[in-house]
Design a protein around this ligand. Sequence first.
Ligand code: NAD
Length: 288
Amino acid sequence: MSQAQLIDGKAAAAGLLETVRQDVAQLRAAGVTATLAVVLVGDDPASHVYVRNKVLRANEVGIRSIEHRLPADTAQDTLLSLIGTLNADRGVNGILVQMPLPAQIDEGAVIDAIAPEKDVDGFHRENVGRLVLGEPALTPCTPSGCLFLLEQTLGDLSGKHAVVIGRSNIVGKPMASLLLQANCSVTVLHSHSVGARELCRQADIVVAAVGRAQMVDASWIKPGATVIDVGINRIEIDDKTRLVGDTEFESVSRVAGAITPVPGGVGPMTIGFLMKNTVLAARRQSRQ
Ligand code: NAD
């Protein structure tokens, strides 16, 4: 039985970060210090790990990072006022507010408050609209990373049938828009889809972003298809916690042509694109 090619997200992200490092140095030579402001509200342990990794990675490529840590009981107005200050600060190019936010804060209001040109997560409605219209935009990091891996693996995606499983605002929907922009025929499957498995089995490209451990097994996959697994799920096996994706890696990799592992696939690309978006924002703001 043949085995799918493993799509190495760690290596791809390392290459991407190297180009970012060069871009940052070029900006610095022109007198611009690319700067990312990271805002963390509350004590969620996973969010702390994410923020630490983002700041570390930024520093590694020469991006200046500014951290704002606010207590869990922070009022929405306090956070909005901080965002207003960061929007007005010409020394800040990108603003990232780590989600999820505590219950008293409306995430939509926070995303709306970020200046679109500093919205390095690509979640602001102006960037969402621009992406859908095919205009230059800051695009969400995870789907941008998936597209990068797909183009690196397959080259031109024109005419390919892509199935995106999941329709969240941060992964599924922008992924579908990016694939459409890359001239794929796109099918989006979600929790109300009928005959999802049969539709998926017609796909040349499958992007699984469901958040259900190992839901997609080999019976969903056309032989030779390229599979991008966005899912990050923690499961217990023999009293040990393991990270698994939304696909059943063992069986799918015997049918697929290429597949991303979890971990080591899409995950590293997300941070890579956060850095790339920060440089893009800095360049646009300084017209470099
Ligand atoms: P979400 O919960 O917001 O969305 C899940 C989507 O899956 C929904 O649109 C829902 O309609 C769909 N869905 C649920 N059950 C389904 C079914 N049986 N068949 C088809 N569709 C179904 O999740 P999300 O934020 O998009 O994240 C998805 C996964 O990706 C999660 O595991 C998350 O942890 C992971 N993720 C990873 C990264 C990364 O950097 N690698 C980034 C973001 C999210």
